[in-house]
Write a protein that binds this ligand. Structure first.
Ligand SMILES: [Zn+2]
Length: 253
């Protein structure tokens, strides 16, 4: 099983990162994919990857919440990393209009720039959206020339949104939100095309039930898989096999 989106390099894990990785391995989660956030997260992310070379693989990108007036400089630094290190994806990138709309134009520009890096380097992209699914789909469809692939991580949208994402050739990343009783995903998950579904935690955030509100960790990917299995009337093993295959193919693992 693969946790396709985990920030285990974050300081929340500084006291027990080793135990966290061991618990994941004990639950059968043998790959943990690390999305970058900003310039400060690069060093801890690469250190974590180096500490667990068989388990962790890094991505490189600038998260939309960290796009500000210095975006040109930040993007130049992030881009320079692609020639120094091997990354499995450009991520996480996207548009976030929930927290702050001040740098909306810069966010859109940074998103387009990074989509074009993905084309140039033939890498998948990991997309973060919040209150911005329409804007993100519009920009993505303008840039989609058939060569872009990737995932809308932490998907919690409608069946129609899932369809629009799949129509662009993109996957859906299901995480803790899928397990929330009031999240509405109990109606959406039964209708999804499982060939486009991968699993994630987005830890330390968004822990699945019964750990909601506490620190999340990669071992809980199993709880998301169980929720999908229950809603689809499939076995855990079937969900594991299918989503692991999808993630391996998408990220070229
Ligand atoms: Zn994330």
């Amino acid at each position: 099983m693969i946790d396709s989106h985990a920030h285990i390099y974050a300081s929340e894990f500084d006291n027990d990162r080793d135990e966290v990785v061991q618990r994941a391995l004990a639950q059968g989660i043998d790959k943990i994919l690390l999305p970058n956030i900003d310039l400060d997260s690069i060093e801890p992310m690469l250190k974590t990857e180096a500490a667990y070379p068989d388990v962790c693989r890094s991505m490189m990108g600038l998260h939309p919440c960290y796009v500000d007036g210095n975006v040109e400089q930040s993007l130049a630094t992030i881009y320079s990393w692609f020639s120094k290190h091997s990354f499995i994806a450009v991520g996480e990138i996207g548009i976030d209009l929930y927290w702050d709309k001040t740098f909306r134009a810069e966010q859109e520009k940074a998103f387009i720039t990074q989509l074009n890096w993905a084309k140039e380097m033939s890498l998948p992209v990991v997309i973060h959206t919040r209150d911005s699914i329409e804007e993100t789909l519009k920009l993505l469809s303008q840039e989609q020339d058939g060569s872009l692939s990737g995932v809308f991580h932490c998907f919690g949208g409608s069946i129609e949104e899932a369809q629009a994402i799949n129509d662009l050739g993109f996957h859906l990343g299901l995480g803790g939100v899928s397990t929330f009783k009031n999240g509405g995903m109990d109606l959406v998950i039964p209708a999804l095309d499982l060939n486009y579904v991968i699993l994630e935690t987005d830890c330390p955030y968004l822990a699945p039930v019964p750990h909601r509100g506490k620190r999340n960790e990669p071992a809980y990917t199993q709880l998301v898989a169980q929720r999908v299995a229950d809603l689809r009337e499939m076995s855990l093993q079937q969900v594991d096999e299918l989503t692991t295959h999808n993630a391996k193919t998408l990220f070229n693992l």
